[in-house]
Write a protein that binds this ligand. Structure first.
Ligand code: UFG
Length: 329
């Protein structure tokens, strides 16, 4: 049985669906701070529990024979984390500590968790490999790096094996159109761009066009959420096969500029999507592109859906069908 923490969130809900499709038994824990109960599949055992609540989390482990944990419960907004670092250290770091305590008490020895490209900060080289220096520029990135270090030491002491997956820019949605990205406060480029053809905003702001890139806008590596979860399923197999803890980047190795994303969105939606050029957003590195060679080599991962046309087409299907997210769905 796999315990999915944060299974009501954007990425976690895709994990739940894909685990169920594989025939895995799944239970979900989520505090619904940013998640949506509607995103959890019907019939899935759900606990409205905050992972920092030791007693409540312990009760979940008591009630089920959990073999592995997938951990998606975290706050993940770079900008917010700069303003509210304590919130990030509390939820992400304290949450991980409580979780590790419960896992060690119950002898649960396998965990796959979400890390981030934000651990690298402004990279010294591109594409970024797992060996690149980690120097986060936000409390969010720092909190994820701290989590990675906690897992390393706890593995040494208690033999809890982990796979840390450093995500680049996750986007898109399951092709069913039933689950997708629905943040109350949206900050990510693709869902914001798609709000224009939905009639929810007049134009998309481009945060800076004076970066040292081909068209002056930032370059990112966009990975389809379904490919991302495929890597989690492979990581689960990897841990079940008795392999050692490890860290992997998840990206495609290909970068797209903000203007390219807007252009492709225009083609897919048939909407002119007007642009407003604004100032740079603090803390945005100019280029973030992954080398995912290690995940390919060791996990046997191959992203199949991560071309940006497919990513935006799938995101557009979800947003068109759910312009207000899960409200009234
Ligand atoms: N952008 C705009 N206008 C917008 C929103 C975003 O121009 O309205 C630009 C940003 O400046 C950036 C690019 O679009 O250049 C992508 O921005 P996102 O906010 O979609 O994604 P980030 O690259 O900032 O964030 C991602 C992950 C984070 C992770 C971070 C690492 O979503 O979880 O990479 O830097 F921490």
């Amino acid at each position: 049985m796999v315990l999915v923490l944060g299974g009501a969130g954007y990425i976690g809900s895709h994990a739940v669906k894909m685990l169920l499709d594989r025939g895995e038994e799944v239970i979900v824990v989520d505090n619904l701070e940013t998640g949506h109960i509607e995103a959890v599949g019907a019939g899935v055992k759900f606990y409205n529990v905050d992972i920092r609540n030791y007693e409540a989390l312990k009760a979940v482990f008591e009630a089920h024979a959990i073999d592995a944990v997938m951990h998606f419960s975290a706050n993940s907004l770079v900008g917010e984390s700069v303003k509210l670092p304590i919130k990030y250290f509390d939820n992400n770091v304290t949450g991980a500590n409580v979780l590790l305590r419960v896992m060690s008490e119950f002898g649960v020895k396998k965990i796959i968790f979400s890390s981030t490209a934000a651990v690298y900060g402004e990279p010294n080289e591109v594409p970024i490999t797992e060996n690149c220096e980690t120097k986060p520029e936000s409390p969010y990135g720092e909190s994820k790096l701290m989590m990675e270090k906690m897992f390393k030491w706890v593995d040494l002491a208690h033999g809890i094996k982990y796979v840390s997956l450093r995500y680049f820019n996750v986007a898109g949605a399951d092709s069913s159109g039933t689950i997708g990205e629905a943040h109350v406060v949206e900050t990510h480029l693709i869902p914001l761009v798609l709000e224009v053809p939905l009639g929810k905003r007049k134009a998309i702001s481009v945060f800076g066009e004076d970066y040292p890139t081909k068209d002056g806008t930032c370059i990112r590596d966009y990975i389809h959420v379904v490919d991302l979860i495929d890597a989690h399923l492979l990581a689960l197999e990897y841990l079940r096969a008795g392999n050692e803890s490890d860290i992997f980047n998840l990206g495609t190795g290909e970068g797209f500029s903000v203007k390219e994303i807007i252009d492709i969105s225009r083609k897919i939606t048939g909407h002119p999507i007007p642009v407003e050029i604004g100032p740079r957003r603090a803390g945005d590195p100019s280029v973030l592109v992954a080398s995912a060679e290690k995940a390919k080599r060791i996990l046997g991962w191959e992203p199949h859906l991560s071309n940006v046309e497919r990513v935006i087409t799938d995101a557009w299907r979800w947003h068109k069908g759910h312009p207000e997210g899960y409200v009234n769905s």
